[in-house]
Write a protein of this length. Sequence first.
Length: 490
Amino acid sequence: MKSFTRLIAFLGPNLFAILLVFQGSLSSIAQQKNPSKPNYIIIFADDLGYGDLGVFGHPSIRTPYLDQMAFEGQKWTNFYVAAPVCTPSRAGLLTGRLPVRNGMASDKRAVLFPDSKGGLPPGEVTLAKALKSVGYKTSAIGKWHLGHQSPYLPTDHGFDSYYGIPYSNDMNRVETIEVKDWINGQIQLAEEERWEAYQVPLMRNQEIIEQPTDQRTLTRRYTEEAIAQIKNMNGAPFFLYLAHSLPHIPLFRAEEFKGKSLAGMYGDVIEEIDWSVGQILQVLKEEGLAENTLVIFTSDNGPWHIFKEHGGTAGMLRGAKGGTFEGGMRVPTLFWWPGKLKQEVVMDMGTTLDLFPTFSKLSGFPIPTDRSYDGYDLSGLLFGTGKSERNIVYYYHGTQLRAIRWGDYKAHFFTQNEYGSQTAHPITQPPLEITNQLTPHDPPLLYNLSIDPGERWNIAESHPEILSAILKIRDAHLATLIPVENQLEK
């Protein structure tokens, strides 16, 4: 007892401060153990290929923090996006609806451009709007590409704040490059790090705060903004959407990452994004939020193969950005939620369309009943309590259904060269008229993706019953589509 009295006397005026710190620690622990609603962070890379991460098999790009996410959480090997290019893919992720349902897909203009007048329709319910309706704070950081003027900006679509660029980092270029020099010109500008050649604006909410944007600093600035947002949530549940501008060409990286990778400029860019992920995971741990935050890392589509060593790799998968072979739409995906997820490699199918119903299940917001949705709740797979309901993936190019995956089998009704092949106009010269050679297949091509993920061996002749079943699925699905105003062609 005397020892305890002497301790109190020794601590003196510091005792109250120590008790406050102790009380705060207990409060943080209680908050982690009794979460009301989980926080969500979606980290969306731009043009990152299936084979571009260490944890997905890249032999010379080091991604220790993304590897950590996989080790502590889940690595999904059959995860897809809603489209093989930027704008429609992002629309699918944020709405849970195929882009063909809301006018965010086109057969004439693949994406939105600086001269575009349309955008994600105001009537669409985004993840941000839905989560905001049940008490969430919401923030968007990075590339938007769903409309660069009101009423299509992030703050028009449920986000409390926005900091980022409104479209792709290769748009609004000062110089005009001839079509024949397009690819080499893009690479040259990147290697010379001429960021001022691209008049891309940086926005805060609905105001332009910098133009041109120094793209060498964007990954760092996005990361700093994300950390500040996380620290300023003040205990409220939050949704943070961090959409990196890279590794979309032109490539830029911070000074400290130059030459850091064994895989050239592209590898440097990926390793800086990995650093960014590490910073975000660290602040979640420091703030006592990790055990109540689901972090998802994925990409908007496959790699841009025409840029060769500057364009990434789809690994063993065939195809790339802009195509409906696996390399265009199957993306590297990680889920991280310490102490909550079943740690494993998930081979079931999932898509970005599934995030909407999954978040609805976890956070309790209602899914509108006046429109069609295309996702499935993945929470059973996340927690190890069930299987995925998803057994079908639809592969759209613009408004055209090009392929369907049903279980292990995938049928191609049409195939086409990937984005930017020799027969296509360059993306930087709008309007992007789709002029690649389109090849119809009757009967469709058929592949067994479980044993042939590279789509090399057409087995249609020996499996007519599989083709028949997939064709019925196609017809039933197409019957659900309702014509809408096209936003990309405005």
